[in-house]
Design a protein around this ligand. Sequence first.
Ligand code: ADP
Length: 184
Amino acid sequence: MTRLIFLGPPGAGKGTQAHTLAEHLHIPHISTGDILRQAMKEQTPLGIKAQSYVDSGELVPDQLVQELVQERLGQPDAKSGWILDGFPRKVTQAVFLEELLETIHQSGERVVNLDAPDDVVVARLLARGRKDDSEEVIRRRLEVYRSETEPLIDYYRDRQKLLTVNGNQSQEEVTTELQKVIAF
Ligand code: ADP
């Protein structure tokens, strides 16, 4: 059973790697960013509430993302495992997730920390050109990452759940290292 959480700054390659690995393992890739962008496109109540936060690079309020993750992990395909990408993004969300996984009998998760230096991730994001990828919003997302999300590295290391992969290498090299690291 594979249950993985991907951590790392925007532009580290989480989305790409999570997608590839999930396909390989036949388990769902659950990206809170993708789910929020889809909701925004469809202008659902969730999308309407999330819009201003996403557009400015701020975190969406916990309750919104927590509800969506709880709902998604309750779906039948999540019983065979999952990769969570973009959640948790702060300690309060990690505590929520830990309790949720206990309750729904889905504990045993491991955490992949995919890191890369700021200059590398900024260059990659600028090349990608998503709507929230203007230089100003990218800088803000990175700041939010370093202050809110990076503390999760220690949080999961303390709980002996942390695996680390160097995101500053080619996509293929990251995939190879990732498969080695999770095989243990
Ligand atoms: P990236 O990792 O490239 O910055 P994501 O696609 O993971 O982008 O997330 C895009 C945006 O969606 C974030 O900047 C934030 O506004 C919102 N978001 C995604 N996941 C969460 C979360 N767990 N908590 C709060 N906001 C979130």
